[in-house]
Write a protein that binds this ligand. Structure first.
Ligand SMILES: *Cc1c(COP(=O)(O)O)cnc(C)c1O
Length: 355
């Protein structure tokens, strides 16, 4: 099956009991046992498994060409489960240009538990030289946030394999429509489903998809089951619903982002534009400094000034102020999540805010 068909069908089951074409939301936390003490439905308790979660995990795993998936209560919970599944003392390589929430999770919660080094993942020699005897995980995020830099997933996983290091790639920005890290050699792929997969800025969630069921995947599943950061049935339902239109939404995001990029590149008030030629995210530097950038972010009418991304509505954000005092993000950088409004309206909005 092709991606549009998978997106619509792989997360849904016609309800056997009622014939409902759309799978109902199963809110029950507990399931009836059989006379033999077993669980004839296959379900026991909702922290362990739930039908809506199983459906979401099925579509996620197919979209990313994996063999299994696990849906978490947030993107950070999904990423955190990978860190938690490592043994204390493990060495982790993470990108310098990394989503700040996960970087803070490593720096604050895993400080003293994991050994962490940040490397420029676009420099393969640096990646190779940074691997140590106790390196267990390479964390990738490409395109990166907020500079939208690309790293070579295939080349890095080739290096990792030589040293038996697990590679997990945060694929939130690219989505399975534009990039499939498992096909390029990664072992795990992570998503914040809060963003493009949910697609409507109304449900928080995260996911992991694995290339193979192995010991490390079993550990991740144990972390999820026992630590309990599972996605609720209602959020699973919303995410499945969002995924159905993902391929079509991503075409619209791409088309709008491309046109906005060429508009910005030709604008004399813009210093530099960062766009990786796919996806709906772009960043640009406003000539001047933080004050000039803030003025633009404060003046748009259609772009809402807010963090996050991946919804149908356009967002604009001054990234350095959300990332906190230690950020290396340029003070005159604005990040756009280009939505699905009419592109002429979006260009006009940015144009009048800049001038
Ligand atoms: C938002 C985001 C996360 C964290 O996801 P939450 O759902 O907010 O926990 C991780 N990585 C990237 C690239 C993100 O944009």
């Amino acid at each position: 099956m092709k991606i549009e068909t998978i997106a619509i069908h792989a997360g849904n089951r016609v309800d056997a009991a009622t014939g409902a074409v759309i799978e109902p939301i199963t809110l029950s936390t507990t399931y009836e046992r059989g006379e033999d003490g077993g669980y004839p439905s296959g379900y026991m308790y909702t922290r362990i498994a739930n039908p809506n979660r199983a459906s979401l995990e099925n579509v996620l795993s197919k979209l990313e060409y994996g063999v299994a998936a696990s849906a978490f209560s947030s993107g950070n919970a999904a990423g955190g489960a990978v860190f938690q599944a490592l043994l204390p003392g493990s060495h982790v390589l993470a990108p310098t240009d990394m989503y700040h929430g996960l970087r803070n999770l490593l720096n604050v919660v895993y400080k003293g538990i994991l050994e962490i080094d940040y490397v420029d993942m676009s420099d393969l020699q640096e990646v190779r030289n940074s691997i140590k005897k106790n390196t267990k995980l390479i964390w990738l995020e490409t395109p990166s946030n907020p500079l939208l830099k690309l790293s070579d997933i295939k080349a890095i996983t080739d290096i990792a394999k030589e040293h038996k290091v697990i590679v997990c790639c945060d694929n939130t920005f690219a989505t399975p429509i534009f990039q499939n890290p498992l096909k390029l050699g990664a072992d795990l792929v992570m998503h914040s489903t809060t963003k493009y997969l949910g697609g409507h800025s109304d449900t928080l969630g995260g996911a992991l998809v694995t290339k193979e069921k192995n010991e490390f995947w079993d550990r991740i599943l144990k972390v999820q089951e026992l630590a309990g950061a599972v996605l609720s049935p209602f959020d699973c339902y919303l995410t499945v619903r969002g995924i159905k239109t993902l391929p079509y939404r991503m075409r619209g995001h791409l088309e709008n982002a491309k046109q906005l990029t060429s508009f910005l590149k030709s604008n004399p008030k813009v210093e530099e534009v960062f766009y990786p030629d796919f996806g709906g995210m772009l960043s640009f530097l406003v000539k001047g400094g933080e004050a000039e950038a803030a003025k633009v972010a404060n003046s748009t009418k259609i772009f809402t000034q807010a963090t996050s991304l991946g919804g149908v509505e356009s967002l604009i954000e001054h990234r350095a102020t959300i990332e906190g005092p230690n950020t290396k993000t340029p003070r005159n950088l604005l990040r756009l999540s280009v939505g699905l409004e009419n592109i002429e309206d979006l260009i006009e909005d940015i144009n009048s805010a800049i001038n």
